[in-house]
Design a binder for this molecule. Structure first.
Ligand code: SF4
Length: 548
């Protein structure tokens, strides 16, 4: 398998021959090759490293790898999914590297990580990484390698202290955390010495050339897809949304300097094009881009669009997609209740959702997937009735269009205004309610697992004490039951599941990521939170976080 998957790759960049003293680096994706090679972030970082003559990079996945150096100096992980931490620990073990940073010595590589999971809240994984890169790779990667070269021959502690001086490079072991009690909240997070920055600022790339695939392969999860990043972040700022808040400001790729050259290059080797970004149709020149792709020479191109804002679903867009082999479209509506949409700052009305469905049908699409969420703070049972009613209205207005409602549970995410709010324990029942109401109406309802949402919430609001729990969970078999068993075993030593997942946290509480600065100051997040809670009904006021 090893040679065949790499042999099937068509590279869109030219790797450089490494210098004789190049830094031996393993760059890993903690999942199978098909998943990892479909990650645009992974592709771009790997290609960036492979084009440097001072780095000799080898790729590692859970099921295959290139030839690995015997003594790597750097080992990197691109982390896109929280639950892949199990694979990170397994890969470290397979490379005979201690899984905890404090057990590593000068003979071990510097283990670094980046990607959305670690940028949002690295704390549950902090004890496993020597270095975490916070923010956009365009800026961080080069600075990291250059800084490492300056201390390449120094001892490990000197290396780590030097790296910690680089903006956006977080060295968790150089920060100590105190807790109010062993099972209480964080009391204080501070650097272990005054020469280490007290706060690490996430780095933001501001150029107008965004990412595009560096490799196309039939072995990718999306076979032969060429991906182009059209926008980064989203200006809508729905209050639960990590994809918006963590990556602000909203940036758009230049059509002339970034998108057209990239698309031309990609479509010379494949006919499958993916337009990526949290809010693709909000690119100010999206129509010009669609016109460009509509040229006759691209008639056989299959087009996928990652995300479409509901009120940008025009008949023309639906027609273009239908012609390009896309039969279905997904739009995020979150809820059928206007009140809930005000709480989350979703600037969308039911008539726009209905219009989107009508346009999708008129343009020739055969199905429409709506994406919703239950357990949004301030949501009450009647808000679910509103969602059911909206779905029925959509069905009536666009009769014949296959309708699906995918539905997740609200999970609080660090650096968003809802970071202080817990998961509603009623959410599971609410998913069941929607199922019961929609199925008999011929509307396909696809809930996401409530239990996994609980684990996601645990990891997204977790602190460093969870590293013990994660190790135990892995030993217990990495099932949902394993988490419960691990909590039981650690009772009294760490807070319980309820604290991390369901509790509303005081806005005065020191957050586990207090020392890691995202794009917006806490005061802005608090203003958004106050605006959200102002829409709560009076009976819901107890849902607000307590100010001490
Ligand atoms: S529109 Fe979508 S991507 Fe943008 S902030 Fe809202 S949920 Fe996030």
């Amino acid at each position: 398998m090893t040679s065949s998957v790499f042999a099937a790759e068509r590279l869109l960049f030219t790797p450089t021959t490494p210098d004789t003293d190049a830094i031996h680096t393993i760059f890993a994706f903690p999942n199978e090759y098909t998943v990892g090679i479909t990650s645009l972030g992974y592709q771009v970082v790997w290609a960036t490293l492979a084009m440097r003559s001072d780095v000799q990079v080898s790729r590692l996945f859970t099921d295959t790898h290139e030839q690995l150096p015997r003594k790597p100096e750097l080992l990197g992980f691109s982390v896109s999914w929280e639950l892949d931490y199990v694979n990170i620990l397994n890969l470290l073990e397979s490379l005979e590297i201690p899984i905890r940073t404090n057990a590593r010595d000068d003979n071990h590589p510097i283990v670094f990580g980046g990607g959305p999971v670690l940028t949002a809240n690295p704390e549950p994984f902090a004890d496993f990484f020597d270095v975490i890169l916070l923010g956009d790779g365009e800026i961080l990667l080069g600075n990291f390698i250059e800084a490492y070269k300056q201390v390449r021959n120094a001892d490990r502690q000197t290396q780590l202290k030097a790296l910690a001086q680089v903006p956006g490079i977080y060295v968790p072991s150089l920060y100590e955390v105190e807790y109010l009690a062993s099972d209480g909240a964080v009391k204080l997070i501070q650097p272990i010495s005054p020469d280490i920055p007290a706060v690490v600022q996430k780095q933001t790339y501001r150029g107008n050339v965004l990412s595009a695939s560096t490799v196309v392969t039939e072995k990718a999860a999306w076979e032969n897809i060429y991906m182009v990043e059209v926008v980064r972040s989203c200006p809508e700022m729905c209050r639960f949304c990590l994809a918006s808040y963590l990556t602000l400001p909203f940036r758009t790729a230049s059509v002339e300097a970034s998108l057209i050259p990239a698309i031309e290059k990609g479509l010379s080797v494949t006919n499958r094009l993916g337009l990526l970004g949290a809010s693709v149709t909000q690119h100010p020149e999206f129509e010009a881009l669609l016109d460009y792709i509509s040229q006759p020479k691209y008639d056989d191109v299959r087009l996928s669009i990652a995300s479409v804002r509901t009120n940008t679903v025009t008949v023309q867009l639906a027609r273009t997609l239908a012609k390009r082999d896309t039969k279905s479209l997904t739009i995020a509506v979150e809820s059928g209740s206007e009140k809930v949409r005000q709480i989350i700052n979703k600037k969308l009305h039911n008539d726009e959702i209905i219009q989107a469905a009508v346009n999708a049908k008129a343009g020739g699409l055969s199905s429409l997937k709506l994406y919703g969420m239950v357990g949004i703070p301030g949501e009450e049972p009647e808000d679910l009735d509103a969602t059911v009613a909206m779905m029925l209205d959509v069905k009536k207005a666009a009769f014949g269009l296959r309708l699906t409602l995918g539905c997740s549970t609200f999970v609080p995410k660090a650096h968003t205004p809802f970071q202080w709010l817990g998961v509603n324990p009623q959410a599971e029942k609410r998913l069941q309610f929607l199922q019961k109401k929609l199925k008999p109406q011929g509307i396909d309802f696809r809930p996401e697992s409530y239990n996994w949402s609980i684990i996601q919430a645990l990891l997204s609001r977790g602190d460093r004490r969870l590293s013990q729990l994660l190790e135990l969970t892995r030993d217990f078999g990495d099932s949902l039951g394993s988490y419960k068993r691990a909590f039981k075993q650690l009772k009294g030593q760490i807070p319980d599941l309820d604290f991390y997942v369901h509790a509303n946290w005081s806005t005065d509480q020191v957050l586990p990521w207090n020392h890691l600065q995202g794009p917006l100051p806490q005061s802005t997040l608090l203003k958004h939170l106050a605006d959200a809670t102002s829409h709560f009904d009076s009976t819901q006021k107890e849902l607000q976080p307590l100010n001490s």
